[in-house]
Structure formats: structure tokens, C-alpha cells
Design a protein around this ligand. Structure first.
Ligand code: HEM
Length: 147
């Protein structure tokens, strides 16, 4: 439907530049909740959050997150096929001390990145379409987290 078209259309260009867009997202996330930075154990040696944001391990996580979003966009017609992967992903985040409210904050940061990157193309229906997709992803991760 219309929602899927909006998501696919906007991801077409963003998905080609995953790291820079992911960095915008996580910069926003750490602005919203600086304490999340400490959950990345490899960031303990960083002076500032800007240093952390450019560390290779951190950029690797940014890439991992963007690949999960990419997978969700590719599987809009059959998101349930990602269920087991997302349950397990939620479990892993529980193990590293990330709480489920923080997943929602990543969602806000995702919307912020979309707004920055898409400009005029960031419309209310587009925002809602992304929110709906991200909510499905987070719901599965949260179920895995709580199991
Ligand atoms: C792994 C933190 C959100 C995807 C990890 C790890 C940490 C972490 C510490 C393990 C070390 C590493 O691989 O870098 C966080 C924090 C988040 C967050 C603080 C903020 C709420 C997310 C989200 C996604 C995601 C929203 C995807 C939608 C991944 C993936 C891995 C990972 C794919 C690798 C899991 C594996 O080893 O199989 N995360 N994460 N993360 N994260 Fe996150």
C-alpha cells in the first residue's frame, strides 16, 4: 500500500549511505539520553561523545542497526519472517543492559534523522509509516527482551 511505498521510496537513497545517516541518528539518541553511551563498553576510553561516535566499534554498531532497518524495509511484505531474529536481538540487548524504553528513543532518533535528511519529503503520512514499521520491529525485540 501507500505506507510501504513511502518507506521504500525514502529508504532508496538513505539506505545507500547507511553510516552517515546512522551517525545522525545516534548523535540524536545520545543527546536525548547521554547515559546510553556508557552501555557501549568500548566507549569507556572516549573523551567526548564525538570521539565515541567516530570509534570503529561504534560505527560497526551503527552499521548493524542500519542493516536491521534495511532488512525490515526489504521485508515489509513479510515482516514476520524476521521474528526469530528480532526476538534474539532483543534478548542480546537485555544481556548488555539496554532497556526497552531506549528502543523507543531510537525510534524518535530515527524520525529525527529522517526529518533532517528528507526535508520537504518528510510528511505526516511518511512519519506515521516509519513509526508503524519501527513499532513492529521494537515490539518483537521487546518480546525477546522480556522472555
Ligand atoms: C549489539 C547497544 C539499539 C542492533 C549491541 C551491543 C551493544 C548494543 C552494547 C553489543 C556490542 C556490539 O555489537 O556493538 C545498543 C544500545 C542501543 C541499541 C545502547 C540503544 C537503545 C539497537 C537497535 C538495533 C540494534 C534499535 C536494531 C534495530 C544491534 C545488532 C547487534 C547489536 C544487530 C549485534 C547483535 C549480535 O551480536 O548478534 N547493541 N543497541 N541495536 N545491536 Fe544494539
Amino acid at each position: 500500500g501507500k505506507e510501504k511505498e513511502l518507506i521504500r521510496g525514502s529508504w532508496e537513497s538513505l539506505g545507500k549511505n547507511k553510516v552517515p545517516h546512522g551517525v545522525i541518528m545516534f548523535s540524536r539518541l545520545f543527546e536525548l539520553d547521554p547515559a546510553l553511551l556508557t552501555l557501549f563498553h568500548y566507549t569507556t576510553n572516549c573523551g567526548s561523545s564525538q570521539d565515541c561516535l567516530s570509534s570503529p566499534e561504534f560505527l560497526e554498531h551503527v552499521t548493524k542497526v542500519m542493516l536491521v532497518i534495511d532488512a525490515a524495509v526489504s521485508h515489509l511484505d513479510d515482516l514476520h519472517t524476521l521474528e526469530d531474529f528480532l526476538l534474539n536481538l532483543g534478548r542480546k540487548h537485555q544481556a548488555v543492559g539496554v532497556n526497552t524504553q531506549s528502543f523507543a528513543m531510537v525510534g524518535e532518533s530515527l524520525l529525527y534523522m529522517l526529518q533532517c535528511s528528507l526535508g520537504q519529503a518528510y510528511t505526516a503520512p511518511l512519519r506515521q509509516a516509519w513509526l508503524n514499521m519501527y513499532s513492529i520491529v521494537v515490539a518483537a525485540m521487546s518480546r525477546g527482551w522480556a522472555e
